[in-house]
Design a protein around this ligand. Structure first.
Ligand SMILES: [Zn+2]
Length: 424
């Protein structure tokens, strides 16, 4: 059976050759795989290098805007936020382009139109809340209704934007403590006790009575109830005495959702250095507003002059508008927008970062955030005219030496910390 033996020896040679071949086959892809790994490592290093560009840093950060007035547009103008709108400052298309991850929609009750208490004030708030909820229900591919830091993180992980709500001015609670929980249950996660007109229980920075009015006993109980529920107390718009009563009453971090520094722009709406220190001591965050009047020294006085110059024009536009009071207000604001742009000096996005710098120097990197006031103001800054230009803020921060980690904190990380802390 030599043939067989021969065959056998031949075959054993063949077997060895086969084994060598198989081993080689196994080794080659392994080497290739290893090389790929090396290439990947190299390319991941090089990706990391390119990822240090401002846009990548911006896109990676969780960006939370603490204040925009777009809920009124949903209600009064029936705008479709899925489209890129030709006016205003905010829609889903521009928000995505701007790398925004979470928007707090302001539920604003204008007391001159709807009362500082009562059923009409409540209805105005309820209608805006319903409009925000409808937005998320109609477009679940874009929006996720959120009430916590974890909700925001979950929305980001599923590629959606989080929609949250805050009450601007405590008018809608109708001077009843039980209504704080009513609004909490409807999804509201912050409230400023007063907007530009004082409530009976909290002073505003916008009227004369606010200069001496802080919180009365009911107002302090409102703050305690908010603490109990896990609703953030917002000091934007309140009077100085009300600010101090709030920080001295609250046992949870206190936040300014859209304010700036009085040391730079001396307007009553802004916070003094002493106030910023006290707010930081509560663990809170000053979210810097993007509105020129609160950013630029002297701009507020110039605006008052312009308001006097255009008063007749504004009234005429209002009279010519046949619609309801809210539409008359929109007509007035359209004239203001146009005339402010023509008559007032432009303010650059860099000025926003001046305020951020000031707060960081006073109290460190952990107590500053952003609150645009988009769709609530008649004019915005150059370079950050709409939410689509939000990356320019990150560019400016990085150019001043802030790190990627700092940017994460400023854009939303600090507010995530507060949202986690106030949770019941
Ligand atoms: Zn406001």
């Amino acid at each position: 059976m030599p043939d067989i033996a021969q065959y056998s020896s031949y075959s054993s040679l063949g077997k060895n050759a086969c084994l060598v071949f198989i081993v080689l086959l196994l080794l080659i892809p392994a080497c290739k795989f290893e090389r790929n790994m090396n290439q990947n490592n190299q390319s991941s290093t090089s990706i990391e290098t390119t990822n240090n560009d401002p846009i990548s840093i911006h896109q990676r950060a969780i960006a939370i805007d603490m204040h925009a007035d777009t809920a009124q547009r949903l209600l009064d103008e029936n705008v479709d936020l899925q489209q890129e709108l030709s006016d205003g400052h905010f829609d889903a298309v521009r928000a995505k382009a701007g790398g925004l991850d979470a928007q707090f929609f302001s539920i604003w009750v204008e007391p001159q139109l709807f009362g500082a208490t009562g059923a009409r004030a409540m209805k105005r708030a309820d209608d805006q809340i319903a409009a925000v909820r409808a937005l998320a229900e109609k477009h679940p591919e874009t929006w996720a209704l959120a009430t916590s830091g974890d909700d925001i993180r979950a929305a980001v992980n599923s590629g959606k934007m989080a929609a949250l709500m805050g009450l601007e001015g405590g008018y809608a609670i109708d001077e009843r403590l039980e209504n704080v929980k009513r609004y909490y249950d409807m999804g509201v996660r912050y409230m400023s006790p007063a907007w530009s007109i004082s409530t009976s229980w909290a002073g505003s920075s916008g009227d004369d009575v606010g200069r001496t009015r802080g919180l009365n006993e009911f107002g302090k109980n409102v703050v305690r109830e908010m603490n109990r529920l896990g609703m953030i107390v917002d000091v934007s718009h309140v009077s100085d005495p009300a600010f101090w009563d709030i920080v001295n009453t609250s046992t949870a971090p206190v936040v300014a959702t859209h304010s700036a520094c009085r040391a730079i722009a001396d307007v009553p709406r802004n916070l003094t250095d002493e106030m910023i220190r006290a707010l930081a001591n509560t663990g809170g965050v000053v979210n810097v507003i993007f509105y020129p009047e609160h950013l630029e020294p002297g701009w507020s006085q110039k605006k008052k002059q312009v308001d006097a110059e255009i008063a007749t024009m504004v009234q005429e536009a209002s009279a010519a508008e046949p619609g309801a009071a809210v539409h008359k207000k929109m007509a007035r604001d359209r004239v203001r927008s146009r005339e402010y742009a023509r008559r007032l000096p432009p303010v650059n996005v860099a000025r926003i970062v001046d305020h951020i710098d000031h707060i960081v120097k006073l109290v460190g990197i952990d107590h500053v955030g952003i609150g645009s006031d988009f769709d609530g103001v008649q004019i915005t800054t150059t370079g950050l005219a709409t939410v689509a230009e939000l990356p320019n803020l990150t560019k400016e921060l990085l150019s001043r030496g802030y790190s990627a980690e700092d940017v994460n904190k400023i854009l939303g990380g600090n507010m995530l910390r507060v949202l986690d802390a106030v949770k019941r």
